[in-house]
Design a protein around this ligand. Structure first.
Ligand SMILES: [Zn+2]
Length: 443
């Protein structure tokens, strides 16, 4: 077991899904749901403390679900406000102990800063000293700091979903030192959500965020066709190798084939009175345009599944799309609680892959369960590993838990006589690196 674990700790990683920089100090982007990090190349967050890491969308969300509310001041600018916030957080962080999200930061603080979350919660180490160390590392630059951590973790690249304005600006960053560092660490993939329209106050489907970027205003069906063609030209010009979507959390994953005429009248209704059924038809039409192009250019497609909006995020709902676009490799992210359904799809269809994104951060046991079930049923060339973390510290914890779970699962299978040592090593190398390298042609 020790030998296997050591080997796995030495293997390079191609981390197939990360959201590093999605923390409060980065700030939300204007007009697009998401963080500035995914909209502007090389974006550096403002002053960052442990509170930005603890109050990330994930762990912060978990603490909120336990009843945590930001203290009255709503800021943490002064030492007094920070003290008040820390005191307010202690009971909630204690309740979050044992969850994957807690463990990730606990491990990262311990490994990177020499004081775990447990140490500062029980008062044996000073939380202020840890927070100052975090602040210092972020001041030096997120990408510099990420590069140092990636080197320790042996992460060659991480795949990062970005919005269209990011892609449009990629070619104009000659003097952006942060972007030069970012480029060596992250491989951008396009979030097609931008094309499916965001809700805004004027209409149900909104594309205003693209007006400046593409010179498009959506009034009729031709505008949607133009919008998708222009976006794919941008992808080609900037050598974007994959697409990604978040639709599972706002609508059912079943995308039906909608003819152009039908979509044209649905668009009219959508822009007119905002009828929700028409919006789904318009989105289905746009997704058809996107997937036709992805099919022609063989772009892989990362799709969120499970975790929220059940049962509409069940990956089984993608079956029609999987069959209709055989040249698109569908990579199913998360999958929980549909681990078995996802595995069955990956086992049945040549163009379906699995990605453990977010599982370690939910609970190492979920990741263990997925790997234990998938390896042996799904060919190992179809499984990728990733953290789906909001901060580079969370990524550190997620990758530690991932390596640990992989070591345990493979060790168990060797012990039971299901795998020999050599095959176990090959499976580890494939899951950690080679499968993602082949899928995203990332070397
Ligand atoms: Zn994601």
């Amino acid at each position: 077991m020790e030998e296997l674990r050591q080997e796995i700790w030495e293997m390079p990683i191609l981390d197939s899904h990360e959201h590093i920089g999605s923390i409060p100090s980065t700030g939300g982007a204007a007009g697009i749901p998401g963080f500035n990090e995914d909209v502007y190349p090389g974006f550096e967050p403002g002053p960052t403390t442990i509170f930005d890491l603890i109050l990330s969308p994930y762990l912060g969300g978990l603490l909120n679900s336990l009843g945590f509310k930001m203290p009255m001041t709503h800021t943490r600018d002064t030492a007094g406000q920070q003290e008040q916030l820390w005191k307010a957080l202690i009971p909630f962080l204690n309740k979050a102990r044992g969850t994957g999200l807690y463990m990730a930061l606990d491990k990262a603080f311990d490994g990177l800063y020499g004081a775990s979350l447990g140490d500062i919660l029980n008062g044996s180490r000073d939380w202020k000293a840890l927070s100052r160390a975090v602040e210092y590392n972020y001041q030096r630059g997120l990408y510099k700091w990420s590069g140092e951590i990636f080197k320790r973790l042996k992460i060659q690249y991480a795949i990062k979903p970005v919005h269209l304005p990011y892609i449009g600006a990629m070619g104009k960053q000659d003097n952006n030192d942060s972007y030069i560092l970012e480029q060596n660490l992250f491989l951008p993939v396009f979030r097609v959500d931008d094309l499916l329209g965001y809700p805004d106050q004027a209409s149900i489907c909104g594309w205003k965020h693209l007006t400046g970027l593409m010179d498009i205003e959506v009034h009729e069906i031709r505008d949607l066709d133009d919008m998708v063609s222009k976006a794919f030209i941008m992808l080609k010009e900037n050598n974007i190798r994959a697409i990604k979507q978040l639709q599972a959390y706002t609508r059912p994953l079943r995308f039906k084939k909608v003819e152009r005429d039908r979509a044209a009248s649905a668009l009219k209704r959508t822009l007119g009175n905002g009828d929700p059924m028409s919006k789904i038809e318009v989105q289905d039409y746009i997704m058809g345009l996107i997937l036709e192009r992805a099919n022609k250019t063989k772009l892989p497609f990362q799709v969120h599944s499970g975790m929220a909006n059940l049962p509409d995020s069940n990956p089984v709902l993608l079956r029609d799309s999987i069959e209709r676009y055989p040249e698109v490799n569908f990579i199913l992210l998360h999958c929980y609680p549909y681990l078995s359904e996802a595995a069955f799809l990956a086992r049945s269809y040549r163009n379906v892959y699995l990605d453990t994104a977010w599982l370690a951060l939910q609970s190492p046991a979920l990741l263990y369960k997925a790997l234990d079930e998938w390896i042996g049923f799904v060919p190992y060339s179809k499984i990728c590993l990733s953290g789906d973390a909001t901060s580079v510290e969370e990524c550190y914890g997620a990758m530690e838990m991932t390596r640990e779970a992989l070591s345990c699962v493979l060790h168990n299978k060797i012990r039971k006589g299901e795998l020999d040592r050599e095959l176990a090593f090959m499976i580890a190398r494939s899951l950690l690196h080679d499968n993602a390298a082949a899928l995203y042609a990332a070397g």
